[in-house]
Design a protein. Structure first.
Length: 179
C-alpha cells in the first residue's frame, strides 16, 4: 500500500492504517528522539506523544513534504519541548568562551561519531539543539529559527557558539587538534 493511501485512510480515522504508519516510522522516530533526549524511556514517551499529535493533526498534513519529514518535525519539536519542560542542563551563556570559526576545526580521521555525540551531551541545551538540527538533521537557519521560535541571527550565533563548545570539548578530550 502506498504511503499516500495510508495517510488518506488515517485522515478517515482508520486505526489499521494508523498502525501501519506507526510500524513504518516508529523505529526511525525513536532514533531521532534518542539523539535529543539520550534516555530510552523519555524517547519512547516523546515518540508516543508525537504519533498521537500527528494523528490528531493529520488533516493539516498537505503532502508538501514526505509524511516522514512532517512527522520528524513533530518529534523534534516534542523532544525540545520535553527538554524545556524538564529544565535539563540549562546553562547561562558564558561570555568568556572563545568562539571558533569553522576553518579552525581539524578533526582527525580516527574521531568517531560516538565521540562527537558523547561530547555533544555536554553542550548547553540552547546550543545543542541548534547544532543537532543543523549538523545532524540538516535543517537550514530559517527552518531552525522557525522550529525553535528564534531569529535567524540568534540561530547563527547559537550555531557558532555551539560549534565552539563542541570543539573545546573534543579538544579537551584529545579528539581535535589545532588552535
Amino acid at each position: 500500500m502506498f504511503q499516500i493511501d495510508l495517510v488518506a485512510q488515517c485522515k478517515a480515522n482508520d486505526r489499521k492504517a494508523q498502525m501501519k504508519l506507526y510500524d513504518q516510522y516508529c523505529n526511525g522516530m525513536f532514533c531521532v528522539a534518542m539523539r535529543y533526549l539520550g534516555n530510552k524511556d523519555d524517547a519512547e514517551d516523546v515518540v508516543q506523544e508525537s504519533f498521537i499529535r500527528a494523528f490528531q493533526k493529520i488533516n493539516q498534513y498537505k503532502g508538501e513534504v514526505t509524511f516522514g519529514a512532517w512527522l520528524k518535525k513533530i518529534v523534534i519539536n516534542k523532544s525540545i519541548d520535553f527538554i524545556r519542560s524538564n529544565k535539563r542542563r540549562f546553562e547561562e551563556l558564558n561570555e568568556s568562551i572563545h568562539i571558533v570559526e569553522d576553518e579552525d576545526w581539524n578533526v582527525p580521521d580516527g574521531t568517531t561519531i560516538k565521540a562527537i555525540r558523547w561530547a555533544m551531551e555536554d553542550i548547553p541545551v540552547k546550543y545543542k539543539s541548534v547544532v543537532q538540527l543543523f549538523l545532524i538533521e540538516g535543517y537550514d537557519h530559517g527552518e531552525i529559527a522557525q522550529i525553535l521560535n528564534i531569529t535567524e541571527s540568534a540561530c547563527r550565533t547559537r550555531l557558532l557558539r555551539g560549534k565552539g563548545y563542541l570543539k573545546e570539548l573534543l579538544k579537551s578530550r584529545n579528539y581535535v587538534t589545532g588552535s
